[in-house]
Design a protein around this ligand. Structure first.
Ligand SMILES: Nc1ncnc2c1ncn2[C@@H]1O[C@H](COP(=O)(O)OP(=O)(O)OP(=O)(O)O)[C@@H](O)[C@H]1O
Length: 263
């Protein structure tokens, strides 16, 4: 049981309006490992994460988290996941304390533990002083820290991040990376989709997605050796070698994904 993967997806697929957006996608992740999903806009990264986190029903294949099926056992799956979506998901009229209390209630944290667990999360997020102020006036970095602390409150076994540093200033990015790095060092499994290839470099394995298909999956070093012929190459070079197209390293501020509503 201990060697069972925390995440196991086989032949996952999804269509929108007859168009295959994700096709035949298989990947797995062991406890304590990290996997970065990279690919250009529209490659299917967010759709993949939405299926793996039970937000979207796959129309082909299967996926399990901790041995639970993402479609038939969605509630158990959600209990094992901490998720940071691409688009901030906070009610800005609420305060951090209210937000964390609500999360504790939704995840059935025992009543006697709620105050301590909210206090720990506020401390971890560096939001003790701002705990009772409406989120509305917070910086992007403060909101992200709150979302991360909330995602970790129910001690998830797998943290799923969709473009976690999108929209953050350099200091906010650095701060968030420090936090995610510390979690990885403590053995939390992390699955992340990103455009920022330098952020994927430090992950145990990198999956390259292009037009909904997995084109390579290996350690960053092995990908560079095999596809760019040079261990000093960048993941950008690997993507270019595999697809013949460049992949921009910078997150675009006006990406359509930010304004699109997912069905
Ligand atoms: N609800 C939807 N309805 C119709 N098409 C969709 C929907 N969601 C995603 N798509 C389409 O599926 C394709 C993959 O989108 P997805 O958001 O998964 O890609 P991505 O790799 O995450 O890109 P980005 O980095 O821009 O978010 C895109 O062409 C997108 O327009």
């Amino acid at each position: 049981m201990s060697s069972a993967p925390i995440l196991d997806a086989r032949g996952l697929g999804r269509r929108f309006g007859g168009r295959e957006v994700v096709a035949g996608l298989s990947l797995s992740l062991q406890e304590g490992q990290s996997l970065a999903l990279i690919g250009p806009n529209g490659a299917g990264k967010s759709t993949t994460l939405a299926m793996l986190t039970t937000a979207l029903r796959p129309d082909a294949g299967t996926a399990q988290v901790g041995g639970f099926d993402v479609v038939r056992q969605a509630r158990q799956v959600r209990g094992l996941l901490g998720v940071l979506f691409q688009e901030p998901a906070l009610d800005e009229r609420m305060t951090p304390r209210e937000t964390l209390r609500l999360h504790a209630a939704l995840h059935r944290v025992p009543r006697r533990d709620v105050a301590a667990s909210v206090a720990d999360a506020l401390e971890a997020a560096g939001l003790v002083e701002a705990a009772d102020r409406p989120i509305r006036g917070f910086s992007g970095g403060m909101k992200r820290r709150l979302e991360l602390a909330r995602a970790l409150m129910h001690a998830p076994r797998l943290l799923v991040l969709d473009e976690p540093t999108l929209g953050l200033d350099p200091q906010g990015r650095l701060d968030l990376w420090g936090r995610i790095g510390a979690l990885r060092a403590r053995g939390m499994a992390v699955l992340m989709a990103t455009h920022v290839l330098t952020e994927a470099e430090s992950f145990d394995r990198v999956a390259i997605l292009d037009r909904g298909r997995l084109v390579a999956l290996d350690t960053p070093e092995a990908l560079k050796r095999a596809h760019a012929g040079d261990p000093a190459a960048s993941l950008e070079d690997v993507f270019l070698a595999l697809t013949g197209r460049a992949l921009r390293d910078e997150a675009h501020p006006l990406r359509p994904a930010l304004v699109r509503r997912r069905a």
